[in-house]
Design a protein around this ligand. Sequence first.
Ligand SMILES: *Cc1c(COP(=O)(O)O)cnc(C)c1O
Length: 462
Amino acid sequence: MQNTIDLFRRLFSELLEDEKKNTVAQHIPSEKLYETLDLSLKETPLSEEEFEKVLKELVFTTTRTATTGFFNQLFGGRNEKAILGDLLAVILNNSMYTYKAAGPQIGVEKVILKETCRIIGWDENSDGTFAPGGSMTNFMSMLMARDVVNEKIKNEGGQKNLRVYTSKESHYSTPKNAAFSGIGRDNVQYVPSNDIGEMDMHHLKRMIEEDVVKGFIPTLVNLTAGTTVLGAFDPIPEASNICKEHNIWLHVDGAYCGSVFLSAKHKHLLKGIELVDSFSYNAHKMLGTPLSCSVIVVKDKKHLHDSFSNDASYLYQTDHDEFNLGKTSLQCGRRNDALKFWTLWKSVGTKGLEKIVDHQFYLADVARDYIRSNSDYRLYSFDESISVCFNYKNIPARDICTLLFEHSEMLVGYGSYNDQEFIRFVTINAQNDKGDILNFFKVIEQFVEDHKDLFTSHSIEA
Ligand SMILES: *Cc1c(COP(=O)(O)O)cnc(C)c1O
């Protein structure tokens, strides 16, 4: 084992050293992957030296998500306290279904859930769980909503007339989960958004009322806290009134920006969160833990039990259900995603988490200020969002993003709203500072300057 630990330390230190010089790994086109790297599996073992060489090559050519060259998705950075927790979770290798199998780690998970519920303003009756990603916590909310409307579906199967409402700007997991849950993709109603990307409540109300007249059963309203492209927040109090009137489950998908509940300055974006039935957030997005770390909390824990408990005498043999978390989880065997969040939270305190969140908004302000003060840029997104959407010199966003990637310069993505395509720059890596943000723009400007011909020809092609 000691050799393996030494090998890990070598690989990790060498990677850290190399990342200082090369923020982006050398791009390997997918069609050249297998000829560039030897990934093949053989009958015979490798020598220790060969094994290390192959591993190093793989590690060095893998997409770098912790550097100042990665702005492609809604995660990034490398928080060492959280990493420590995740490494320990791998070494300890517990399964979170029972107290017998996970011991004190059950308490680690439970205190995170309790503290989340307490901060958002819920009482002892609330609870939650961890699932492997925001798509899955959204799935859990849909299943609970479905089972509230008709508890027989769990045993007898589908019912055709349930309806789910989500905004046009919401994450694609809602239609996917509608397929999984038997509600059906066709029963997802997409509510239009207003000009700053928030769900339009007049439309929501109207769509629900029309569905009721037609004999549909409104089952779930899925709001988003931080839409995937613009980072907009749907209004909770208005939606809550509509849902109360029609007895509809209200979920807030805070996978991207739900962690603002930890910030005194920005929690107003989640105003009314205490009114909802369930709320999910990804600590692996705003809080910077390793993937994946997704939390769902429900105001009334009864629903978690109703939808997710299943008797299994071979599993639940000791201890009270309060400590057998398999009774309220989506999976059976479940990795310990709580520990990395706990090591982070324990070490920096709630104040430290707040700082992480606030810093991302500060970095977004830096980016917006830069864009606004430079006439080569055009800004499309709005204040109080950590997604900064813009175009540079009217160059098609997808051209810049693709060429930056192919030249191993920078990883950043593009998105669109109201038929306008733009670069989406996400300031989610709280380890960056003002200089890193300004450098991002410098890289783009220099790249465009150095590849002028490429851009004109490329743009015309597109
Ligand atoms: C990222 C995201 C999801 C999906 O979360 P995963 O952990 O990637 O499954 C869902 N909803 C929103 C708004 C997101 O940003």
